[in-house]
Write a protein that binds this ligand. Structure first.
Ligand SMILES: C[S@@+](CC[C@H](N)C(=O)[O-])C[C@H]1O[C@@H](n2cnc3c(N)ncnc32)[C@H](O)[C@@H]1O
Length: 265
C-alpha cells in the first residue's frame, strides 16, 4: 500500500471566509480531518460526507490530548494510505505546534505539506480596525506569547521587548494581563500607551475593549478567550477604522460556493 500524506492547514482566525483556496480544496478532498478547538465548525461542513473527523482540542473537564498522541494519529492514518488534513486555528506555524508536528512527520518519513493560514495575530487586529504597522504610528511589530509571563524565567524577554518594537501583539495573554501590563510599564512603556483587547475576533462574537496600559486591567472582565492584546499607538486608529459589523446571529458570517463539478471529457 502507498503511504498517504499529511497537510498542515491553517484554518484562519475564525471567519470561515479567511480559509485559503488551497486549504478549502484539501479540506473538501481529505479522507481524514484532525482539528483543534479554535477551528470554526462551519469549515467542517465543507468536508466530504465520508471523511473521518477527529477533534484533538481541549474538552471541558479533560486534559488536552498529548502532542505525541496527536502525532501518532497523523502518522497512523498516513501510513494506512489516507490523505490527512491537520486543520489548525490561524497559521500552523504561529504558536500552533505546526513545527513540532512537521518534525514528527519528517522523522516518521511521512510526506507532508504546509498550507499557511491567516494568523489571528494580524487578522484579529485588522477586523478591529487596527493596522499593526502604519507610516505615522508604527514601523515594527512583534507577536509574542503571554502564556508564560508569570514564570520567573519566561522565554519572552519582556525587559528588552517593552520598548524595542512599536506594536506588540500578545497571544494567550488574557489571564496574565495584570502581569504583562506591570512588566511593560516597569520596563519603560508609557502608562498612556493605547491597548486593545479583542475577543473572538473575526467572528459574530467579536468584542473589542480599548484602554491604556494604565486602565486596561480594570476593563478586561468584558472580554473572554480566545482573545489577544494589542499594545501601541496604532490602537488609537481603531475608532476611525472600525469596519467589521458582525451579521445578526441567525445569518452566517460567510457562505462557501458549492465546489464545481469536475469538467466532463
Ligand atoms: C495557541 S494560539 C494559536 C494561534 C494561531 N496559530 C494563529 O496563527 O492565530 C491561540 C491564541 O491565539 C489567539 N487567537 C486565536 N484566534 C483568535 C480570535 N479569533 N480572536 C482573538 N484571539 C485569537 C488567542 O490569543 C489564543 O489564545
Amino acid at each position: 500500500m502507498t503511504c498517504g500524506k499529511v497537510y498542515l492547514v491553517g484554518a484562519g482566525p475564525g471567519d470561515p471566509g479567511l480559509l485559503t483556496v488551497r486549504g478549502l480544496e484539501l479540506l473538501r478532498s481529505a479522507q481524514v480531518i484532525v482539528y483543534d478547538q479554535l477551528v470554526n465548525p462551519a469549515l467542517l461542513d465543507e468536508a466530504a460526507p465520508t471523511a473521518i473527523k477527529i477533534f484533538v482540542g481541549k474538552q471541558a473537564g479533560r486534559h488536552c490530548i498529548a502532542q505525541e498522541e496527536i502525532n501518532g494519529v497523523l502518522i497512523s492514518y498516513a501510513r494506512a494510505g489516507d490523505e490527512v488534513v491537520r486543520l489548525k486555528g490561524g497559521d500552523p506555524f504561529v504558536f500552533g505546534r505546526g513545527g513540532e508536528e512537521a518534525e514528527a512527520l519528517s522523522e516518521a518519513r511521512i510526506s507532508f505539506e504546509i498550507v499557511p493560514g491567516v494568523s489571528s495575530a494580524v487578522a484579529v487586529p485588522a477586523y478591529a480596525g487596527i493596522p499593526v504597522t502604519h507610516r505615522k504610528f508604527a514601523s515594527s511589530f512583534a507577536v509574542v506569547t503571554g502564556h508564560e509571563a508569570r514564570k520567573p524565567n519566561s522565554s519572552v524577554d519582556w525587559a528588552k521587548l517593552a520598548t524595542a518594537v512599536d506594536t506588540l501583539v500578545i497571544l494567550m495573554g488574557l489571564s496574565n494581563l495584570p502581569i504583562i501590563v506591570g512588566k511593560l510599564i516597569a520596563y519603560g512603556r508609557s502608562p498612556q500607551t493605547p491597548v486593545a483587547l479583542i475577543g473572538s475576533g473575526t467572528t459574530i462574537d467579536q468584542k473589542i475593549v480599548i484602554g491604556s496600559l494604565a486602565d486596561i486591567v480594570s476593563k478586561s472582565a468584558l472580554v473572554e478567550p480566545p482573545a489577544l492584546i494589542v499594545v501601541g499607538d496604532v490602537v488609537s486608529l481603531a475608532d476611525k477604522l472600525q469596519w467589521f459589523v458582525p451579521p445578526p446571529e441567525n445569518q452566517p458570517l460567510y457562505e462557501f460556493e458549492q465546489s464545481r463539478e469536475p469538467a466532463r471529457a
